[in-house]
Design a protein around this ligand. Structure first.
Ligand code: GDP
Ligand code: IMO
Ligand code: MG
Length: 420
């Protein structure tokens, strides 16, 4: 049996905290897509940790953590992360497994990401510059190197071949930066990778499922950044939705039971691209300040806005969300009035769907407003004790989406979560 936790917005919904909270109920925690563009924040014994490559179950020592075939792996980031986790007393070598089919992010992928973004100028995606797009391009273009290739004697000659190909592309961008330091780090880091438990991920995970073990698939990014269904071209390069669990781990769709969709009580986006409910005013700034809305991977300020039920409805549909987990509700504690977007006015006409492209049309959000609860909820642990205004807000969202909000997160701490 497999459950999924994934983001319903533009990433940073608080997936890391939620996976860490749910991990005790599962045997295997598996990442199925994305790479070091992810930044999943956890608080372990009060200490903040940001994970980019390692699944967020790593702090539960008896759990298996798998980096699945759908992930693109940055060996340099993984090495740094392993050192961090080890310094906190975790024996990562014991419980961390890597699929031999996961593609490697090469130093030239990072360079190509940077060169491509520079060439785009004002139209840049706002990529995290971790080499994600170029690595997935090499995967679908049938060029990339995979983790399993590291164990092959011919790895270096394969590397040189692809490096030459990338160099021609970099030359076409007139990219002049010296990347030899990145290459040194890369070769140092892949030595560590060779020592890992490199497995055939699809047999590994299906064997576990067969044995009755419970798997939790951990999504990265969010549904609105999905390469097919997100706000293209301002998206990431992987399938961030529940369908990605099947291709990213090698499991059949009927094995998936619950799809937990994580959404903030408001909305954020980092990087460029459409964001209909964005607040370019003091309220947006206030939310950014109270919510510490700065990227966990790049430190960039996150754009903030009201919750968007049109986009959430769409995300629930494409993912088959069974339960919603609402995070960062406490960030709205002091606001006198809250808005929720219930439809879009597209070129003056009211619509309740997400259009296929959102950059060349004018989208004006239609809002319904709610009185804020203006109560500190961070120490509350029972649904019944929550302020009525907050219940009204959540009830409305439940009814609108026809998917229940089952968990309410009211702080970054492991235990700050309320069952609805
Ligand atoms: P992820 O990428 O989805 O794992 O989310 P990030 O870690 O990038 O960003 C979420 C941020 O919000 C992190 O700093 C978390 O510690 C924090 N966080 C998560 N849930 C809550 C919550 O309910 N309340 C507050 N105040 N912070 C939260
Ligand atoms: P987590 O897992 C928020 C955004 C980038 C950029 C776009 C493409 O922490 O939620 P990429 O580096 O993938 O080529 O960037 O996607 N992005 C994220 N935004 N959270 C993330 O991950 C993100 N990963 C990528 O800012 O706009
Ligand atoms: Mg994040």
């Amino acid at each position: 049996m497999v459950d999924v936790i994934l983001g319903l917005q533009w990433g940073d919904e608080g997936k890391g905290k939620i996976v860490d909270y749910f991990a005790p109920n599962y045997d295997v925690i598996a990442r199925f897509q994305g790479g070091a563009n992810a930044g999943h924040t956890l608080y372990v014994n009060g200490q903040k940790v940001v994970l980019h490559q390692i699944p967020s179950g790593i702090f539960h020592e008896d759990k298996i953590n798998l980096i699945g075939n759908g992930v693109v792996l940055d060996a340099v980031t993984l090495k740094k992360e392993c050192e961090k986790v080890a310094s906190m007393g975790i024996d990562y070598k014991k419980n961390l497994y890597i699929s031999e089919r996961a593609h490697l992010i090469l130093p030239t992928h990072r360079a190509l990401d940077k060169a491509s973004e520079l060439a785009k100028g004002n139209e840049k995606i706002g990529s995290t510059l971790k080499g994600i797009g170029p690595a997935y391009m090499d995967k679908t273009g049938r060029n990339g190197l995979r983790v399993g290739d590291l164990l092959d004697k011919g790895f270096i000659s394969q590397y040189i071949k692809i490096r030459l190909k990338h160099q021609r592309l970099l030359d076409s961008y007139n990219f002049q930066e010296d990347i030899s330091a990145w290459e040194d780090e890369f070769f140092e880091s892949i030595e560590l990778l060779r020592d890992f438990k490199i497995v055939n991920g699809e047999y590994f995970i299906n064997d576990k499922i067969q044995q009755g073990k419970k798997v939790l698939a951990e999504g990265a990014q969010g549904s609105m950044l999905d390469v097919d269904f997100g706000t293209f071209p301002f998206v990431t390069s992987s399938s961030t939705i529940s369908a990605g669990v099947c291709t990213g781990l090698g499991i059949a769709p009927q094995k998936i039971k619950d799809v937990f969709g994580v959404s903030k009580a408001y909305c954020t986006r980092v990087g460029s691209g459409p964001f209909p409910t964005e607040l370019n005013d003091e309220t947006g700034e206030l939310i950014r300040k109270i919510g510490s809305e700065f990227g966990a991977t790049t430190g960039r300020p996150r754009r903030c806005g009201w919750i968007d039920l049109v986009a959430l409805n769409f995300a629930c549909m494409i993912n088959g969300v069974t339960k919603i987990i609402m995070t960062k509700t406490d960030i709205l504690d002091t606001l006198p009035e809250l808005n929720v977007c219930t439809s879009y006015k597209i070129n003056g006409e009211e619509k309740n769907y997400v259009p296929f492209q959102m950059t060349q049309v004018k989208i004006d959000p239609v809002f319904k407003s709610f009185a804020g609860w203006q109560t500190d909820i961070t120490a509350m642990s029972e649904y019944d004790s929550l302020p009525q205004n907050m219940k009204n807000y959540i009830d409305y969202i439940n009814k609108f989406l026809k998917v229940p909000v089952k968990f309410i997160s009211n702080g970054p701490g492991r235990d700050q979560i309320i069952l609805a």
